[in-house]
Design a protein around this ligand. Sequence first.
Ligand code: ATP
Length: 659
Amino acid sequence: MRSLDEERAYAGSCRAALRRMIAGARENVAVGEHTWGDRYTAERLGFYLKTLARDLGEEGDNPPYFGVIAYGADAGEHSGQTYYLGRRHIADAIGRPPMVMDWRAPVSAAFYQASAVEPRGIETRRRFGWSGDVLTSFEDEHLQPGAPPALAGAGELVRREIERARVGPMRDIVATIQPEQDDLVRTDLEISVCVQGAPGTGKTAVGLHRAAYLLYAHRSRLGRTGVLVLGPNQAFLRYISAVLPTLGEVDVEQTTIERLLDHEARGTDDPAAAAVKHDVRMADVLRNAVHGRIRQPERAVVVNDASYRWRVDQREFAEMVAEAEATTYLTGRERLIARLVAALQRQAEARGQNCNGAWLRRMARAVTPAVDAVWPNLKADDVLAEVLSDPGAAADGILTPEEQRAITWSRPRKAKSARWTAADAVLLDEVSGLLQRTPTYGHVIVDEAQDLSPMQCRAIARRSEHASITVLGDLAQTTTVWGAPDWPTQLGHLGKPAAEIVALSTGYRVPATVVELANRLLTALEVDVPPTTSFRSDGELRIARVEDLAVGAVDAVRRALGTEGSIGVIAAGHHLATATDALKAAGIEATGADGAGRVAVVPASLAKGLEYDHVIALEPAEIVAAETRGLNRLYVVLTRAVSRLDILHTQPLPPQLAG
Ligand SMILES: Nc1ncnc2c1ncn2[C@@H]1O[C@H](COP(=O)(O)OP(=O)(O)OP(=O)(O)O)[C@@H](O)[C@H]1O
C-alpha cells in the first residue's frame, strides 16, 4: 500500500487524468456540434456530450476518491489487485484499467460489504480523510485472519464523518455507506423493497443512493422511463436537492405527491370530508361513477353512406358493448367505435366499396353519436363534479349516508366552477386513471411513505405499474390521520403487496441521549417498530422550564450560534410567530424551513425529513395539542437533532416524555 506522500502523488495524477477527461469531453462537444447526421441524432449527441462535460467540470474540485481496497493472493480474478473508489470513474487512457472506480461498479460492493468475519478476499481496506481537496490522512483495516486486530466497529474517519456538524444541504454518504444500507442500495431493479427505518437510519440517503445506483446499472432503460423520487414537502426536497447532482445524476424527477398530481388546490376540505376522500373505498365509488355511465343500446346503429345505408342491429351492438370492456374506460370506447366501423366495413366491402383511410375516419365520426348514447366520452373533472354534487348513485352501498353527506358540496356545481381541494386532486387522478392509462416510470422511490393515504398510494401505484418501487418510512412518524396502519396494508395500496420489508434501526443522525428520550414516546405511540439504537455516543440534551418562551428561544439560539452547524427552532401554532419576532428583535437573522441561512424557524408540521445540528424545540405540549397525531409529531421534532437538543417549555411536559 502507498505511503501518505505516495497517496498524495496518486491523487494528483488522478486529478490530472480527470482534467484530461474534461478537456476531451469539451473537445467532443465542439466536434459533436459539427457532426453530420439527422438533426435528432446530432441533438442527442450534443446533449449527451454537454452533460458529460458539465458533470465532469463540476466534479473538478471534489476529492477524486474516498477509499481503496487491496486484494490478497487468493482472490481469484482480483488477486493482488488494488481498486480506488470515488464518486466517478477516472481513466487516463482508453483500454487501460481505470485509476478510480465508480462507487456503483460491481467491484466496489466489496468495499462496503467486506468485514473481518467475511473479508471477501480483501487484505486491506483504506479510507481517506480530506480537508477540502487536500488529502490529510488515511485509516487502514486489515481484514485477513491473523492480521493486526481489525478496528472495533467503524473507524475514526467513519465516525467523524457521521458525527460531523451539518451545514447547508444534505450531502452524499458514498464514503461511509454501511453494509445494511449498501444491501438496499444495490438491490436488483426488479425487486421492490420497503424500508421501515427509525429516525436518522439513513432511509432518505439510501433512497437517493439507490436512485443513483439504478441509473448507473440500468442507464439506457431508466434513461427512457425515468426515476421518480417523492418527498413530503418542498423544504425537504430543497434539503436533499444536492445529493443526486453530486453523484452525477441530474435527471431524476424529485417532487411531492401534490405536485405530481398537478392540480392546484384552491379549496380546503373539513377533516371529515378529507378522511372520506382519502379512504380506499372512494376507488369503488369512482369506478361506479365512470363505468355506471355505460348503457345498454336501445336502438340499432344506422349510417347513411352516399347511396348506401349500413346497419348494425341492436342485439349485435349490445354484444359489442359487452365485449368492449377494457382496462380503461376510454380504451373500451375506442374499441367499441373500432368494432362498429369494422362491421360497417365488412358490409361495404361486400358491396365492392373501397374503404380507404378517409372512409374509415368518416364512418368513425358517423357512429360516434350512437356510441355517445351508450358509452359517453368523459372528462375526469366532470365525473368528479357529479359525484361531489350527488354521490348517491355511485356511493350507495359503499359509503354510509353520513359519509356521503360529508363529501357532498353544499350546492351542485359544474367542474368549471369547482374549487378543487388537495384531496380532490387525488380523486381526479383516480378518475383519470380509470379513463386512460397513466404513463409509468422505470422506478419510483417514495419517502415518508407512512403518511400517504390509500388513495395517494393508488396514484403512485398507477405510475409504477410496470416498475419496481422503493418505499421508505417509519410508522412511528405517521402524522396524517389516514396514514399506514402497517406496511403490508400500505404496500397493497401501492400495488406491491409482495415487496420485502426490511428494518433499519441504527440511527446515524440522532445522538444516544436524544434517542433515549425519543424512545420513551414510542411506547405511547403504539406502533410495532423496533426502538432506535444510536451509532453516536456524543450529543447534548437540555430540558429547561423557562419563564418566557421568546426570551428562552433567543438565549438558546445565541448559545447555539457559538458552536458550528445549523440551528432549527421548531414550534407549533402561535409560538412560531413569537420565536420569529423575538429573533428579529434580537437582531438574529432567521429563515423559514426552506431558507438557506444558519438559523431557521420551522413549523413542526414541516420538520419531517429535515435535520439541524442544534434543535430548539419550543413548548412540546403545544406541539402535541396542535393536531390529532401530535405525539407522533413531537417524536418527529425531537429526532431532527444531529448534535444538540434544547427543549424549552412553560407548560408541563407531556407525561409520555417523563423518564
Ligand atoms: N452511512 C452513513 N454515513 C454517514 N452519514 C449517514 C449514513 N447514513 C445516514 N447518514 C446521515 O444521517 C442523517 C440521517 O439520514 P436520513 O435523513 O437519510 O435518515 P432517515 O432515516 O431518512 O431519517 P428520518 O426518518 O428521521 O427523516 C443524514 O445526515 C445522513 O447523511
